[in-house]
Design a protein around this ligand. Sequence first.
Ligand SMILES: [Zn+2]
Ligand SMILES: [Zn+2]
Length: 155
Amino acid sequence: MPTATCACGACHIVLDKFLGTAMCHCLTCRKYTSANYSLSAVTTADAFHLVKGSPKPHKQFGDTGVPSTRYFCGECGSTLWIEHSPKPELRIIKAGVVDGDGALDDLKPLFEQYVKRRPQWLPAVEGAAQFDEMRTVEYRDQHLAKALEANGRKV
Ligand SMILES: [Zn+2]
Ligand SMILES: [Zn+2]
């Protein structure tokens, strides 16, 4: 079963499965992850088990103005997951905290968003759908559902 931990090990999450993965190049993700993009692995609340630690919540607003809550380790500052208010049943794990050397091999993104902000030296991920901006949450989820279905998996 996949696990996710923060850099210092104070927070530990066990995950039953992932529904799919997306990459985002928006400025909000850039700031909150201190990285040039964020890779999010989506799962549902019932497949998500926080087994150790008390991550701190922080309310954030993306470009769309829709609030979401980011949870991070209060000790080391690793961003762990996001809960998006229109879809409270989802847990959006920041994939960098997923454990295992090869863990990200299985988390290839289905799509990239805000590609207009992707650095020019970074190529698109082959086979990933490309979006200039973030669409509505509904649009994104429909696309995710379609892509998962195409891969023989159900949301
Ligand atoms: Zn930590
Ligand atoms: Zn973003």
